[in-house]
Design a protein. Structure first.
Length: 211
């Protein structure tokens, strides 16, 4: 058990995922009225059809709003960096259909500020646990540290997140999201192989002991 490595990777990914989730929430937090989510009835309209000084009400959760568009590079990086948590919970995107975790929480608390806070908090805890285990129990010990799947995914996450913040290079970050996904596939393959090998060793030991 490598405690220091586990804590390091957990801290890095918690900071990145936490910042990403907070950024998603901040965009529509003011549309949760009185503690409960109540989408405004108006939708985004073209300014050309407005008369005089009439203001335009923009609700990001309505049709044509921000969250109806294509997933941003930041979201792709965050999702691929935490693929096991995404598969387990469905992750969380404000205004979109709730994932597994969101459905369970919202069934009790509805779509409120409290439910949003609970969902984000649970996701942050799961990300921390995920990376503490991945970092603390490396499946291989290569000579080059970056060839270990957990370290490779972390590098891809940091580089991809940095590129996603640069307007003209944001789309390039998707490449690192794809590399992170492939590294997770590699990690799952190593995990299955490790479990099979450990089970085989146990069987051989038992047969040897009874012989």
């Amino acid at each position: 058990m490598n405690w220091r490595r586990g804590l390091l990777l957990a801290g890095i990914h918690l900071a990145v995922a936490g910042a990403m989730l907070a950024w998603q929430e901040s965009g529509y937090w003011r549309y949760i009225k009185g503690g409960q989510f109540r989408p405004l009835p108006t939708t985004l309209k073209l300014a050309a059809f407005q008369e005089g000084d009439q203001t335009i009400d923009f609700n990001p959760c309505s049709e044509g709003g921000f969250w109806d568009e294509v997933m941003s590079p930041q979201e792709k990086i965050s999702g691929m960096a935490n693929l096991p948590v995404v598969l387990l919970t469905g992750w969380h995107t404000p205004c979109a259909s709730s994932g597994y975790l969101g459905s369970i929480v919202e069934a009790r608390l509805h779509r409120t500020r409290t439910s949003e806070t609970v969902i984000v908090a649970v996701l942050c805890v799961l990300v921390t646990v995920e990376w503490f285990l991945v970092g603390g129990f490396p499946l291989i010990q290569p000579r080059r540290w970056w060839l270990e799947p957990g370290a490779f995914i972390t590098v891809c996450t940091l580089v991809g997140t940095a590129l996603a913040l640069i307007p003209y290079l944001a789309e390039v970050s998707i490449v690192f999201a794809g590399l992170a996904f492939l590294a997770w596939v590699w990690w799952f393959g190593l995990l299955v192989w490790t479990l099979i090998r450990s089970a085989w060793r146990i069987v051989v030991r038992k047969q040897t002991a009874t012989a």
